[in-house]
Design a protein around this ligand. Structure first.
Ligand code: R5P
Length: 315
């Protein structure tokens, strides 16, 4: 894999280090910092001429800075004659604005897709895009990996199939939760929720499924304010469940999410490292599991032009 190079910015250096070490490589030295006026400054320190370069950078908080770093790294690579540039975006921010829900609002997910393509990316690699159809916003190949096998593995053998129930926190997430319930051989419950378009508050309307005296495992793609998780945990407790755990791919933990989760009936939360683990979120009810191996294996397959879908045999 001599012609494979990996560079990273400031959004997720630990994950990038893990990926390169699993590939038996080293990061291509790159400076990504700021000019004194705040403009992002990028300098790739080694030649990339003719190389296949994978740029590992989540579009995660500080989201606009992360995005700008990503775009400028891609631009630098294009101008340095890289043969192929893959944007590896473990957390694809701006994905929740994927359609016009009212008049005079942007479709930010589409604009961001345009920016990434215009900068010069030849392909995109990500995990659990908030909406799968965002793949269609790109005219380059998109590999949208699944985080649920990694998350399910983190709790496999810790909860027996007889005592657990997998819970989807909304109807849209039922497919993802069903995959986890099948892997863990547990029943599935589904919550119907509504989000207020003005203030973003979550309201739980209904719960379908039996959770009394069960250990509930909520499966979601994103934890942002924690509103979804805490509202769902409340109804599960009211319906008599014995314990609430959550497994989610992207842990943003915005605003006072940690405090809300801590004071809710949620006993533990497991997230992946698609978003940098901050010292501020070292809460003992939060566990991390890594998508490093998944990304390393996928990068290797892309580079060697091997199938990626066979990584998920039961899709
Ligand atoms: C919603 O469709 C998503 O799957 C998540 O449930 C949502 O983005 C979580 O956001 P929050 O933590 O702010 O409720």
């Amino acid at each position: 894999m001599d012609n494979l190079k990996i560079i990273t910015g400031n959004s997720n250096p630990d994950l990038a280090e893990e990926i390169v070490s699993k590939l038996g490589k080293e990061l291509t030295q790159t400076t990504v910092d700021q000019f004194s006026d705040g403009e992002v400054h990028v300098h790739v320190q080694e030649t990339v001429r003719g190389a296949s370069v994978f740029v590992v950078q989540s579009v995660a908080p500080p989201i606009n800075k992360s995005l700008m770093e990503l775009l400028l790294m891609i631009d630098a690579l294009k101008r340095a004659s890289a043969k192929q540039i893959a944007a590896v975006i473990p957390y694809y921010g701006y994905a929740r604005q994927d359609r016009k829900q009212t008049g005079r609002v942007p479709i930010s997910a589409k604009l961001v897709a345009n920016l990434i393509s215009t900068a010069g990316a030849d392909r995109l690699l990500t995990v659990d895009l908030h909406a799968g159809q965002i793949q269609g916003f790109f005219d380059i190949p998109v590999d949208n990996l699944r985080g649920d096998p990694v998350l399910a593995e983190s709790i496999e053998n810790k909860i027996s199939p007889e005592e657990g129930v997998v819970v989807s926190p909304d109807v849209g997430g039922a497919k993802r939760a069903r995959k986890v319930s099948q892997k863990l051989n547990m029943p599935l419950a589904i919550v119907e929720k509504k989000r207020d378009s003005e203030n973003g508050n979550v309201e739980v309307l209904n719960l379908i499924g039996e959770v009394d005296c069960k250990r509930c495992i909520i499966v979601d793609d994103i934890i942002s304010t924690g509103g979804t998780l805490t509202e769902v945990a409340d109804i599960l407790k009211r319906r008599g469940c014995s314990r609430v755990e959550a497994i989610c791919t992207h842990g943003i933990f915005a605003d006072d999410a940690l405090e809300s989760i801590e004071s809710s009936p949620i006993d533990s939360v497991t997230v992946t490292n698609t978003i940098k683990r901050e010292k501020a979120i070292e809460a003992d009810f939060i566990n991390y599991t890594s998508v490093g191996k998944l990304f390393a294996e996928t990068i290797k397959r892309i580079y060697k032009e091997k199938s990626v879908s066979t990584l998920f045999p039961h899709s």
